[in-house]
Design a protein around this ligand. Sequence first.
Ligand code: CMP
Length: 140
Amino acid sequence: MAIQQTLSIIKPDATRRNLTGQINAKLEEAGLKIIAQKRLLITKELAKEFYAVHAERSFYDDLCTNMTLGPIVVQVLEGEDAIQTNREIMGATNPSNAFPGTIRYEFGESIDFNSVHGSDSPANAVQEIAFFFSKIELCR
Ligand code: CMP
């Protein structure tokens, strides 16, 4: 399997509860290397642009508001099959359906406050990484 990069976001519900370190430990234990990371407060306009793929969904407005409720930590993860590896360690979108040991099982509060986001395909990973990072910020 190829070495890939993927975008991860630690969401405001998790930064509010000071979970960045515990989430990073799970990512690293899963074999993922954090090759870029920054903590940001984003506007609703930026959240809407990032999540534009969900613009027609009923949860879009709430989702974009929720991403502005506190700092987010955006990060680029690198590793073997990184996109799928990250999705496995994140767990199901709805924490009620997530397996024990996953980030969302342990830390997610609800589908709206599910602690982390991760890219779902190679094309989206490229696009989402470029949304938040320039090439010189990726330090392998
Ligand atoms: P995330 O991986 O960040 O992608 C979009 C987010 O929308 C998702 O996590 C959830 O936090 C949120 N969301 C709320 N309702 C739904 C839903 N019914 N299906 C998918 N995502 C949802």
